[in-house]
Design a protein around this ligand. Structure first.
Ligand SMILES: Nc1ncnc2c1ncn2[C@@H]1O[C@H](COP(=O)(O)OP(=O)(O)OP(=O)(O)O)[C@@H](O)[C@H]1O
Ligand SMILES: [Mg+2]
Length: 294
């Protein structure tokens, strides 16, 4: 049954570990641009107001977020911004036309990217801290802005890590300040549906794939931390794991608790689809079959 839901080959998977890169969030190019507001940036802002290429109201973003988008355009990651795909508590997701540098990362013929814009204001920072504290990558974080910036970089690095581990996630492309650019998982411009939105023909097989992805993540030293039918997309026969910003390393003090919860969420969804699934069994199976310290 392998391949039916697009289980990726593990040939390219890397050995796990905690050797994450250091993340510097002290100041970003976007902050500098927003501060200096040079002529070019100002002119760009003005043009955007009446531009067909920028469907999002300029007023939807604060200055520094706007500058982050500007930088992504300048750097060749984004060509044009489309409408919202999702508006949430912590972040909004927009569709966009990828720039040259993005297209290089995407499958042949793909043109769109998804842009996830984290809110720097109305975010629930206590919740974020719960995930960040204890993660060696995010020691000594200061104010709210820094936390959100770290969060955005963390989602990018988690996506990269997951991909290397053989887990199907949106291809990570770039992060700038509070803005993340990744593959837009969509068919003919329509975002892929989440598991909660589709009826699955073969839930048994799908459950097997999700189990394997939980195991591969764990073997790569990561626990998703918010896994459920709401964060798995069904895309042209594949299952794609999304929303991986809060994922923690297995050394995080709450990693086991998060893993237990993920397993329970996943099992209870598939139980409702008629699969004989059990969260505790999944949790144990992951431990028995993934040795992150190997
Ligand atoms: N790369 C992507 N391709 C296609 N659709 C996406 C992509 N990323 C996100 N989406 C869509 O946007 C929605 C929100 O994205 P995501 O789950 O990453 O954010 P979130 O943190 O859950 O936001 P919030 O919880 O604040 O609503 C998803 O449920 C999915 O439908
Ligand atoms: Mg989500």
């Amino acid at each position: 049954m392998n391949g039916e839901y697009g289980l990726l080959d593990t040939d390219e998977a890397e050995a796990p570990g905690d050797e994450f890169e250091e993340i510097d969030v002290s100041d970003t190019e976007a902050d500098r641009i927003a501060r200096e507001r040079d002529r070019e940036f100002d002119q760009w802002r003005k043009r955007i107001k009446n531009s067909e290429r920028f469907k999002v109201q300029e007023s939807a973003f604060d200055d520094a977020t706007f500058a982050a988008l500007y930088k992504l355009v300048q750097d060749g990651y984004v060509d044009a911004l489309g409408g919202p795909v999702s508006t949430g508590k912590e972040a909004n997701v927009y569709e966009a036309l990828g720039g040259e540098r993005s297209l290089k990362e995407l499958a042949d013929g793909a043109e769109q990217v998804a842009i996830k814009v984290y809110r720097t204001r109305a975010t629930n920072f206590r919740d974020m801290r719960e995930y960040l504290v204890g993660d060696p990558r995010f020691e000594e974080l200061g104010d709210k802005k820094e936390i959100v910036l770290a969060w955005t970089r963390k989602e990018l690095s988690n996506l990269e890590r997951a991909r290397k581990a053989g887990v199907r996630v949106p291809t990570p492309i770039a992060a700038q300040r509070n803005v993340l650019v990744m593959e837009f998982v969509a068919t003919e411009g329509q975002r892929a549906r989440r598991l909660d939105e589709v009826s699955i023909e073969n839930p048994e097989t799908a459950y097997g794939v999700v189990r394997e992805y939980v195991r591969r993540l764990y073997a790569a030293g990561l626990v998703h931390g918010d896994l459920s039918e709401y964060n798995v997309l069904f895309y042209e026969g594949q299952l794609v794991i999304i929303d991986i910003g809060q994922a923690v390393t297995i050394h995080h003090p709450n990693a086991e608790e998060f893993l237990e919860r993920d397993c329970e969420n996943v099992a209870s969804f598939f139980r409702r689809q008629g699969v004989d699934a059990d969260g505790a069994e999944l949790y144990e199976w992951v431990h028995e079959n993934a040795d992150p310290n190997k």
